[in-house]
Design a protein. Structure first.
Length: 216
């Protein structure tokens, strides 16, 4: 399926803050240790044979996509609910910021901009992660994946969206936002470029220099 990018949104009104969106998992936060622990607890509770190491190599899409690898379709909704009930206990504490994450948020703020997190993770769990780590975006929009992320990006007037997955690139393109990709997730730099990313950075430690040049 070919995605046609939306026409670029008009520039912000004079004096309005430039808004930058960020993905959560493997963009701002390394949730792999916590998600692995949550899946291991979930597997122990359900008795299902689940390879938690494999699960954390393909983070990005909605939880329902991953759950469908391990359970029949008719049980996916129930199993998602059970997993999410365990998530706060096991997944929050072990997770930690990605390199450069806090500085990227600070860089946008120092320039008078706003930051939003747009993620496929459900909103309450995304907020738990951010609060635990003291990362404070101006807004959080959860439960949005790929092209669906354009809904929140447009609503907040985001001109830039930063993510680690080709789905994030598609979301930025659909919203008419600049796609800045970081090669810190399951998608290699070349794959992100081929998907249409405007900028590909090794990780968020390179965000501030890019951002300052972009503003200049």
């Amino acid at each position: 399926m070919t995605t046609t990018p939306a026409a670029p949104t008009p520039p912000p009104a004079p004096g309005s803050p430039l808004t930058v969106g960020f993905d959560l998992d493997l963009t701002l936060i390394d949730t792999r240790p916590g998600i692995k622990a949550a899946w291991q607890a979930f597997a122990a509770e359900t008795g299902a044979e689940i390879d938690a190491d494999l699960v954390v190599t393909r983070l990005g899409p909605p939880l329902e996509h991953e759950m469908a690898y391990w359970f029949p379709e008719e049980h996916v909704t129930e199993m998602v609910a059970r997993y999410r009930a365990l998530y706060p206990t096991y997944a929050i504490e072990p997770s930690h910021p990605m390199p450069g994450a806090r500085d990227a948020i600070d860089a946008v703020r120092e320039a008078g901009g706003r930051t939003i997190v747009v993620t496929a993770k459900n909103g309450p769990h995304a907020e738990l992660h951010l609060t635990h780590l003291g990362i404070t975006p101006d807004a959080v929009a959860g439960g949005l994946w790929a092209e669906g992320k354009a809904e929140a990006l447009r609503a907040h007037g985001a001109r830039v969206y930063v993510g680690d997955h080709v789905g994030d690139v598609r979301g930025a393109m659909t919203a008419g936002a600049l796609s800045v990709a970081v090669a810190t997730g399951p998608c290699a730099a070349e794959e992100l470029k081929e998907a249409g990313a405007d900028v590909v950075l090794p990780d968020l430690t390179d965000f501030r220099p890019w951002w300052e040049a972009y503003l200049a």
